[in-house]
Write a protein of this length. Sequence first.
Length: 218
Amino acid sequence: MYDYGNWFLVIFNIVLFLYFIKSAFKPRTKADWRTYNIFGAFLVALFAEMYGFPLTIYLVTSLFGSKLPLDFTHNNGHLLNTLLGIKGDRHFSIFHITSYILIIGGLMLLGKAWEILYKSQRQHRLATSSVYKYIRHPQYLAFILIILGFLIQWPTLITLIMAPILIFRYIKLASAEEKEMFKKFGPLYETYTKETRPFMPSLQSLLRQNKSHIKKLA
């Protein structure tokens, strides 16, 4: 089924996702807005190919021709399924389901992280509760999960180039924020960094929180 040239869907999806991301992330500082705008550029590139013009399929077929089982149907935009020869409805494939888990999980994490961070900023204290018990930068991890989810679902040449640049930027932003936190909270933040990893929770932190929860129930 051909489903390209639908620029209404392109604009609709861009606006919809940017609205939800903005509602969850609530950018305020210049760094926040740069992060949001760069992620917006990623979404524009993604949805322009998903519903507008299949640039990646066009370039790949131009280079490899009949060697690859590609045509300009919308289903073939799910390149991983097509190239690996996975049959059936693309929306129920393992790649599509995994992508939804990553995207929805990322959006939920982003919303929760900002809720805790916003309350902490208003109270002028360090955010260490909820998801911040386990990792120091859940908001940037959320962006990375969403990016990976979209890449699995609909990989394109442009987004494949943009993704590592975006992820590298989030890591740099996290590093810059940590320097500010050290200046602001000093030894308190130093202790926090020793107990909590930046992006992936440690087994020790998970066990520590689980023991704390068991004690509360006892």
